[in-house]
Design a protein around this ligand. Sequence first.
Ligand SMILES: *Cc1c(COP(=O)(O)O)cnc(C)c1O
Length: 368
Amino acid sequence: MTPERIPFLDLRPGEDDAAVRGAIDRVVRRGWFVLGPEVEEFEAEFAEASGAAHAVGVGNGTDAIALLLRAIGVKPGDEVIVPAITAAYTGLAVLMAGATPVFGDVDEETLTLAPAACEAAVTSRTSAIIPVHLYGQAADMHPLQAIAQRHALAIVEDCCQAHLGTCDGLPVGTFGTGGAFSFYPTKNLGALGDGGAVITNDASTADRIRRLRNGGQVDRYVHADPGINSRLDDLQAAVLRARLPLLLRWTTRRREIAAAYQERLGRAVHPLRLRDNGHVYHLFVVRSAERAALQTHLRASGIDTLIHYPVPLPQQPAFASLTQKDAPVATRVAQEILSLPLHPRLTDAQVERISSAVDQFQKGHILA
Ligand SMILES: *Cc1c(COP(=O)(O)O)cnc(C)c1O
C-alpha cells in the first residue's frame, strides 16, 4: 500500500471555514468592495497585532515594498541593498520604485542579509537597505541598523514571511521606516487572493502610502502625485479579519512542528541556525549536501518538498542587465536548501512520518 501523500501545503479553509464564509457573505450583502469599512477595520486590527501605530492595506507585498520606497523618497539612480536570497519580488519592487537593486550576500548559517556584505555594498548612491526576514526569522537587525545609521540610509523591512515575528523581542517592521507584508494565500496570514500591507510608526509615511496606493488622490479626482492602483479589497480584508484572531495559535503550532523537526535532524540533513525565538517558521528549511537525493527519497515516501529559492537574485535573468558582485555564499547554499512541509494543519502523525523519512535518509548517508 502506498502511503497517503503529504502535500507541501493545504490552503482550503479549516477551523476558520465558517468565519471566512461569514465574512464573504457580509461583504457581498453590504455591496462595498474596495477601500471600504472592512479595509479600515483590518488596518486597525493588523497594526495592533503587528505592534505598529499604523497599517495601510495595499494590493500585494511587492507593492507594499515599492510604495514604502517611494514614500521615503527613493528615486531613479538610487541604489537599494537587497539580500541575494529572497523571493525575486523583493528586487523587482526596487525596480518598480525606479531604483537599482544591489545584492548583498547572505549569512552562511541563517541566510539573511550578512551585515558585512551589506556594508561592503554601500556606495554614494545607496539610499536604503531592505532586510528580509527570510523563512520567518528576523534578519540581524541591530548591526544592520548601525550600518544604516553610519551611512544615513533608510531601512525598509520585507516582512512578507514574518507575520507576528520579532527580533530581540521587538516586532519586525518597526526597526526602520516601515515593514511590508504580503497576504498571498501561502503566507502565514493569507487571503483568498492577493493582498498586502505596510506597517509604520510614522504618521506621515502612512498618509503618503494611503495616497500613493490610490492613484495619488487627495480629493475626488484630484491626483496630487503619480500614485498607482494598489488598493486592498473588502473581500480580502474581511477574510483576513476572520483569520487574524487565529494567527497567534497557528504561529504556536508552526513553532511546535519546527521544534519536533529540529529534534530529529542531524549532520547529513541539518536545519538553519536559529538566531531568535521570534522566528515564526513560514518555512522550515534544511540543508543537505545531497539535496537532490534527499528530495527524491522524500518524494518516494509520498512527501512533497519545495526549494526556496533555487536561483539567487544576482543570477535571475530579470536582473541580468545590472552589474553585480558575486554572492558566493548564496550561490553555494542555493544548491543545498530544501523546504519541508510546515503549516498549522499538519498533524503530529504527518510530522512523525516526515521526520522518520528524513531520519532514514540521514542514517544511510552518515554510514555511507
Ligand atoms: C511573498 C513575498 C513577496 C511578495 O509578496 P506578493 O504579495 O506576492 O507580492 C516579497 N518578498 C518575500 C520575501 C515574499 O515571501
